[in-house]
Write a protein that binds this ligand. Structure first.
Ligand code: PGA
Length: 254
C-alpha cells in the first residue's frame, strides 16, 4: 500500500490574521507538491479565515470539547469547529494532557465526538523523558493508545495517530531513527490489536522538533507516514522545506 506522506502543521497558540499570508503561501506551494498531503491546524480563531485562503490543504482544529453543546464557557464543540471549516481535529496533544489534565478517557470521548460530527482525528500519544529513561516508553504509549483511541464500526479510517515524545517537542532534540522505528512498529502492532486488519492502514505520524534539515531522515524511519510539525510550521519557508523533503523521500521510495 502506498499512501502519500501526511504533513500536518500545528500552529498551537500562535497566529493572528497577519499569518494568513503564510497559509496562503503554503497552499500555493502544495499545488506543486501533490505527492504530499498537507494540512494546517491553526487556532480556532483562524480556522474560518484559513479555510477561505487555502483551497487545497486540509484545515483542522487543535482540540474540541467532548460534548455536543451546552453550558461550557469558552469551549468549542466538534460541530462548531467543523462549521468553521475544520475537516479534522487533533486530540490528546501532550500540551493539553499536561495543561488541562486531559485523561486518556477524555481524549477518547473527544475523538468519538469529533468522528460523530463528521471529522477525522489525529490522536496524539508520547512518553515523557522520565518514562523513556526508566524503560517505560512502550508501555506508556500502549496504554495511551488503548485508552485514547475511539472504537466502533468504521472508525479506523477516520483515525491518524501522532507519536510525539514529550521531551522532543519544541526542544530541538529527537529520538534516533532506530528508536522512532521501534516505537512506530509497537504502535502498529497495537493498532492491529485494537482495530484488526484495518489497523494496518492507519497513518502514524512522528512529531517533535521536525525541521527541514532532519525531516528526510525522520520520515524514512519504519512505519512513519508523515509528521506533525509545531514550530517549523509557523512560516511557509520552513514548513515548505519539510514538505519538499517529504516529496523527495516519496520519490526515492517509488
Ligand atoms: P515542535 O512541536 O515541532 O515544535 O517540536 C510538535 C508538536 O507539538 O506537535
Amino acid at each position: 500500500m502506498t499512501t502519500r506522506p501526511y504533513i500536518v502543521g500545528n500552529w498551537k497558540m500562535h497566529g493572528t490574521r497577519a499569518m494568513l499570508a503564510e497559509a496562503r503561501a503554503i497552499d500555493r506551494a502544495a499545488e506543486r507538491l501533490l505527492k504530499v498531503e498537507v494540512a494546517l491546524a491553526p487556532p480556532f480563531t483562524l480556522i474560518h479565515a484559513t479555510r477561505k485562503e487555502a483551497n487545497l490543504i486540509g484545515i483542522g482544529a487543535q482540540d474540541v470539547h467532548a460534548a455536543e453543546g451546552g453550558a461550557h464557557t469558552g469551549d468549542i464543540s466538534a460541530a462548531m469547529a467543523k462549521d468553521a471549516g475544520a475537516g479534522f481535529t487533533i486530540v490528546g496533544h501532550s500540551e493539553r494532557r499536561a495543561d488541562h489534565k486531559e485523561s486518556n478517557a477524555l481524549v477518547q470521548e473527544k475523538a468519538t465526538a469529533a468522528i460523530a460530527a463528521g471529522m477525522n482525528v489525529i490522536v496524539c500519544v508520547g512518553e515523557t523523558e522520565e518514562e523513556r529513561d526508566s524503560g517505560k516508553a512502550e508501555a506508556v504509549v500502549g496504554r495511551q493508545l488503548t485508552g485514547s483511541l475511539p472504537t466502533g464500526e468504521g472508525v479506523a479510517e477516520k483515525v491518524t495517530v501522532a507519536y510525539e515524545p514529550v521531551w522532543a517537542i519544541g526542544t530541538g532534540r529527537t529520538p534516533t531513527v532506530d528508536d522512532i522505528g521501534a516505537m512506530h512498529r509497537h504502535i502498529r502492532a497495537k493498532l492491529v490489536s485494537i482495530y484488526g486488519e484495518e489497523g494496518q492502514g492507519i497513518r502514524i505520524l512522528y512529531g517533535g522538533s521536525v525541521k527541514p534539515d532532519n525531516a528526510a531522515e525522520l520520515l524514512a524511519a519504519d512505519e512513519v507516514g508523515g509528521a506533525l510539525v509545531g514550530g517549523a510550521s509557523l512560516t511557509a519557508e520552513s514548513f515548505l522545506g519539510i514538505i519538499v523533503a517529504a516529496a523527495e523521500a516519496q520519490d526515492e521510495k517509488s
